[in-house]
Design a protein around this ligand. Structure first.
Ligand SMILES: Nc1ncnc2c1ncn2[C@@H]1O[C@H](COP(=O)(O)OP(=O)(O)OP(=O)(O)O)[C@@H](O)[C@H]1O
Length: 225
């Protein structure tokens, strides 16, 4: 599903990621941990094809990424559901329209007010806020809307950066169960988090691998996490 070979990347001449190698099989569940500033978000952005590596090779969905081909990038990104820390909700669209947007981009406008959207809005506890604009939402509500939007099309790969960072423990477990359920349906899931409680809770539900990013390098996290 994901294959990184000797990926290096840095901002402004500083090296953030150093010659990373990673194989993520289809249908797996991975957590990514590591100290603040270690490069977790940077790595997820590389996987979402938002950054080009300085050196190395990225394979995604069995395709070699061609940095010079924007059409390939757009096509492959449509197969990924992402939740980034800045949420990236469209400000002039309601919560439910934001959540339904990926369906529209897939050419399914009729589905945007269908049962799937209503059910997912309910699952993330936003039924009362379905018609609200993003700027009127709390950070946790924005995060839940972003999660719902990331999974509405049931994408093959789900990438989430601190998806439970702004929400309470009970809602965090709900989101975790949603990701586990999608993984059971065969989706590949990669979650960056500082929340060791979330990782421990996940391990009773799913066979997840935990990677730790530190000083630009990736390693397997201690098994007693
Ligand atoms: N756009 C940017 N321009 C310059 N430096 C950046 C940029 N984005 C991130 N960095 C730097 O790259 C390093 C890695 O940042 P990144 O956000 O990937 O870390 P992180 O592990 O996700 O951190 P956190 O856990 O705090 O979210 C940090 O030193 C950060 O300051």
């Amino acid at each position: 599903m994901i294959s990184l070979e000797k990926i290096s990347f840095g901002y402004d001449g500083r090296t953030t990621l150093k010659e990373l190698d990673l194989e993520v099989p289809a249908g797996s569940f991975h957590f990514l941990t590591g100290p603040s500033g270690a490069g977790k978000t940077t790595l997820l952005k590389l996987l979402h094809l938002e950054h080009r590596p300085d050196t190395g090779r990225i394979g995604l969905f069995g395709e070699d990424i061609q940095p010079a081909d924007p059409r390939q990038r757009t096509r492959l990104r449509r197969r990924i559901g992402v939740v980034f820390q800045d949420f990236r909700l469209i400000e002039h669209m309601s919560v439910s329209d934001n959540i339904a947007l990926p369906l529209r981009l897939q050419g399914k406008p009729m589905a945007t007010h269908g049962d799937d959207v209503i059910e997912l809005v309910q699952w993330v506890g936003l039924t009362e806020r379905a018609d609200a604009l993003p700027r009127t939402l709390s950070a946790g509500e924005k995060q839940r809307a972003a999660i719902a939007r990331a999974v509405i099309t049931s994408p093959e790969l789900i990438i989430a950066d601190e998806p439970t960072g702004n929400i309470d423990a009970e809602m965090g477990m709900r989101i975790l169960r949603l990701l586990v359920e999608l993984n059971r349906l065969g989706k590949t899931v990669m979650v960056a988090t500082h929340d060791l409680g979330l990782i421990r809770a996940a391990k009773s539900l799913v066979s997840a691998r935990t990677l730790r990013l530190s000083e630009g390098r990736l390693m397997q996290a201690a098994s007693d996490l």
